[in-house]
Design a protein around this ligand. Structure first.
Ligand SMILES: [Zn+2]
Length: 57
């Protein structure tokens, strides 16, 4: 996983241990072209809980 920084709170994210993982039910929105289909894992910044990405298995 590439190191990244939360654009919201500046929390450095070096691994999934810096993220909070949560399971997302079926969600579909057109906001910010952020669409999820089916149940999946969503990673949230552990600092501000901003969604940082979606886990794909
Ligand atoms: Zn953050």
């Amino acid at each position: 996983m590439e190191q990244m920084e939360c654009p919201e709170c500046g929390n450095e994210i070096e691994s999934t241990e810096d993220l909070e993982q949560t399971e997302v039910p079926e969600v579909e929105t057109d906001d910010d072209s952020f669409s999820l289909h089916g149940s999946t894992d969503l990673f949230l910044c552990s600092g501000c809980r901003k969604p940082m990405g979606v886990g794909r298995s």
